[in-house]
Every structure is written in C-alpha cells, then in structure tokens.
Design a protein around this ligand. Structure first.
Ligand code: SF4
Length: 324
C-alpha cells in the first residue's frame, strides 16, 4: 500500500474549544484523518510566547482541549494526537534552525509585526515563533499544512527553512504545501471574530441553555429594532451562524428582508438547530470527561508515536550536519 502523505497541524492550548475552532479547523481535521497520516499537536510551547505569566491552569487547558478533539471526532487510532512539549525533538530542531536562519527572515513575517505592536510582545521566543512552527512541521516531514490564508506566510517561511537546510547540508526535508481551506465565517456574540480572548465565544462544552442565552444577546442588524422592520442579513452576524446551522437559511434571508421574521424568532430557531448539531459532540464530551485516564493514555500513546517519527528525522539531520 502506498505510504500516506503527512499532515501536521496544531492549536495552542486555550482550553475548551469554541465554534470558531470547530467550524474553522476541527471539522476539517476530522475529514483529513481518513486520507492522510495526520499529526495533531497541542502546541503548549507556542502558547508561552504570549501567555507565559500565569501557567497554573495549563494542564487543565490541555486536558479540556484533548476532550474536545476526541468529542469532535478525531480518532486516536487514525491520527496522532500529542502535546508538543512531550516531543523534545521539536525544541532540538528549532535550536539548530535558529543557527542557520537570518533574523530578518523572522522580522518580516507579517504576524510578528502586527502582534508585536498589538500585544507589546518582544521576547526572543516570540520572534522565533515561526521557526519553532517550521520545526513542528519539518520534524514530521509534513507534505501539507491545513491553514487559512492568514497563516500562509508561515508555511512559506517553512519552505525557505527547508530549502536552506537542504542546500547547506543534504536533502532531508520536503517542502510542505498549504492545504488552503475556505472556512465559514464564525462571528462571536459581539459580531467580532469568535475568540476566547474577546470573551464572545460559544463553546462546544456549553449547555444548550447557555448556548441559547448567548445567542439571545448576540448583536444583529442595528437598524432592525423590532419585528416588521426590514433587516439586512448580509451585515448581521447572526446570519453567518444561520447559514451554517439552519438548513432554511435562504428562507430566513427572505423573511428577514421583508420584516416578516423577528430577530427573537430567528435566534430561537438558530439555537434549536445549533444545539441539535452539537448534541452528539456534547454527549461524547460528557462520556470523555468521566475518563481522565483514557485522555492521558491518548496523549501518551500519541507522544510515543510522534517521538518515534521525530527521532528518525533528527538522526538524518544530525548525520547531515555531522553532529553526534
Ligand atoms: S432576523 Fe435574523 S438575520 Fe435578520 S437581522 Fe434579525 S437576527 Fe439578523
């Protein structure tokens, strides 16, 4: 049987995942595990580049995230789920890359400039973030990295790193390609992008009641004050969610525009459809919460598999570099 191509992707351990993570990444990961040799990593070292002051709940966040991965349908028999810091080879390869990559390559990564100003981050580790990401990808010789458009420059940098290494020493690394996926827009309840840091998220772990009450407060078209007023679905964040969860979204659009449909009714229906869609995930989540040993076992086995692959690559890297 032909060897499957390799995919690497990761998420920072933010804890319980929200609909943005689910619709924007996880569902795609679940699909990909059937076609590729997938490595899904919880990148705890990456989270320290911005979130280093209070790490007291880090292990809890990793556990919650693993539960969400599994509840969403990742199958530990089909893909490798592991924590980055369990595989020390990522750090070793990052160190070696840091010797051969010019600093300006990192300074020109768009997200570095943006976040440096936005979050006031200027640590050594923060600058090296895309290089650690390159190590995460290349240590598994990944062929593809599923990303949204904004992450494409990081994959481009990874290719440059691979080329530089291959030119200097020996052809060890393949050049990974982006697996560009168009994800649905998932706004948070305040209309901005759904994000834990904005506190505007709806989590997979939320109860149906909490989901409904969050939706009730969600921003809508500000010109539609009451039923009867014509609305503008194209600028309404609720409608972005309606398009994902309500199969009658076209009818919603029409009735909103004529004013027949009120926001309360629309949101009540949306809550119903959303809760129905999430019910199996939530059910599985509850089962997994009662099995902490199993969660640990999944991460332990995943780390074992990942380490084996990473160690093979490091052997080649060291041989190419004449290291011991
Ligand atoms: S009826 Fe629905 S789509 Fe229209 S403005 Fe209200 S919430 Fe938005």
């Amino acid at each position: 049987m032909a060897k499957k191509e390799v995919i690497l992707s990761g998420m920072q351990p933010t804890g319980k995942l929200h609909l943005g993570n689910y619709e924007g990444a996880l569902k795609n990961w679940v699909r990909l595990q059937h076609e590729y040799d997938c490595f899904y990593c919880i990148v705890d070292w990456h989270s320290l580049t911005s979130d280093y002051e209070d790490t007291s709940d880090l292990q809890e966040r990793i556990k919650e995230m693993t539960i969400d991965y599994l509840a969403a349908g990742l199958d530990p028999e089909r893909c490798t789920i592991f924590v980055q810091s369990d595989v020390k080879e990522h750090a070793e390869l990052h160190l070696l890359f840091s010797m051969i990559i010019p600093t300006p390559w990192l300074e020109r990564v768009p997200s570095y400039k943006e976040k440096k100003e936005e979050l006031g981050l200027d640590s050594y580790g923060f600058l090296g973030y895309p290089l650690l990401q390159a190590a995460d990808i290349l240590i598994y010789k990944a062929n593809y990295v599923p990303v949204g458009k904004d992450q494409a420059p990081h994959v481009e940098l990874t290719r440059e790193v691979a080329r530089r290494f291959n030119n200097l020493y020996a052809e060890v690394f393949p050049e990974p390609q982006e697996l560009l996926t168009t994800f649905p827009v998932v706004p948070g309840v305040d209309g901005r992008k759904m994000s834990k840091s904005y506190n505007n998220d709806i989590c997979l772990a939320d109860s149906p009641e909490l989901t409904a009450s969050k939706l009730k407060k969600m921003f809508t078209d500000p010109q539609k004050l009451r039923k009867g007023d014509p609305g503008r679905p194209d600028i309404c964040p609720v409608y972005d969610l309606v398009q994902i969860y309500n199969p009658d979204y076209e009818e919603v659009c029409r009735r909103c525009k004529t004013g027949e449909l009120g926001c309360v009714e629309d949101k009540t229906n949306l809550a119903k459809f959303m809760n129905a869609a999430l019910a199996p995930v939530r059910e599985k989540r509850r089962e997994l919460e009662a099995k902490p040993d199993y969660i640990e076992e999944v991460l332990k086995n995943g780390a074992g598999r990942a380490r084996k692959r990473a160690a093979e690559t490091m052997r080649e890297v060291k041989e190419a570099m004449h290291l011991r």
